[in-house]
Design a protein around this ligand. Structure first.
Ligand code: ADP
Ligand code: MG
Length: 223
């Protein structure tokens, strides 16, 4: 599903040059559940943003389903991202002025889904993550675990084949972690491809494959 070849990502900050990704070569097959682990600052989020079409490599190529992403315009990339990728962030990134239902419906609006269908599907998605009774709550009225489940429902809005999660349990307590992990497992069983950046040993253990990243270089870990 994903192919990275000779991917570098450099940042220039003042006179300093930071190499966030250093010649990354990686293949992720359709339906895989992959955990990415590594110390803070090693390039995990950078890698996830590049495979999630939120960022571009400085050098090298990224292909999704054999299609070279470097050849796409910004509009084509945005459309492909909307239809193919669901992103879950450590700090949820929900819009505070909107209800759970509105947050989940938003990516469907961007994709042009008719309004009645949007809200129907958003309600169904929230029910499927155990939040049927919280549809009209705003994020400030929800616990951390509930916010993350709203964010997960939102990531599923346009039925993506690829779920990318950046430390999705990092802010959660153990029961909420277990809920989020159960959802990731369910999505994997449904045939989706899951790539999760994590420090959580339970999440890493649930993945079929673990990749370590250090100083921008990736290494496959023994199974
Ligand atoms: P991780 O997610 O593993 O903690 P990141 O991918 O966020 O690491 O960052 C990798 C390296 O790239 C770090 O050294 C970080 O300081 C640097 N970096 C990340 N984003 C930027 C940016 N926008 N500008 C400059 N440097 C950045
Ligand atoms: Mg990070």
């Amino acid at each position: 599903m994903l192919d990275l070849r000779g991917v570098w990502r450099n940042y220039t900050v003042g006179d300093a040059e930071v190499i966030a990704l250093d010649d990354v070569n990686l293949h992720i097959g359709e339906g895989e559940f992959v955990a990415i682990i590594g110390p803070s600052g090693s390039g995990k989020s950078t890698l996830l943003q590049i495979v999630g079409l939120l960022d571009r490599p400085t050098r090298g190529s990224v292909a999704l389903d054999g299609r070279d992403l470097g050849t796409l315009s910004d509009e084509e990339r945005a459309l492909l991202r909307l239809r193919t990728v669901g992103f879950v962030f450590q700090r949820f990134h929900l819009l505070g002025g909107m209800t759970a239902l509105e947050n989940v419906a938003l990516p469907m609006e961007a994709a042009g889904v008719p309004v009645a269908e949007r809200y129907g599907r958003a309600a169904w998605l929230l029910s499927s993550v155990g939040l049927a009774d919280r549809l009209t709550f705003v994020p400030a009225q929800l616990s951390g675990g509930q916010r993350q489940r709203v964010a997960i429902a939102r990531a599923l809005a346009n039925d993506p084949r690829l779920i990318l999660a950046d430390e999705p349990t990092g802010e959660l307590h153990s029961e909420d972690k277990a809920n989020v992990l159960a959802l990731l497992r369910r999505f994997h069983q449904q045939g989706r491809t899951i790539v999760v950046v994590t420090h959580d040993l339970d999440v890493a253990a649930a993945a079929q494959r673990r990749i370590e990243i250090r100083d921008g270089r990736v290494r496959e870990m023994a199974a």
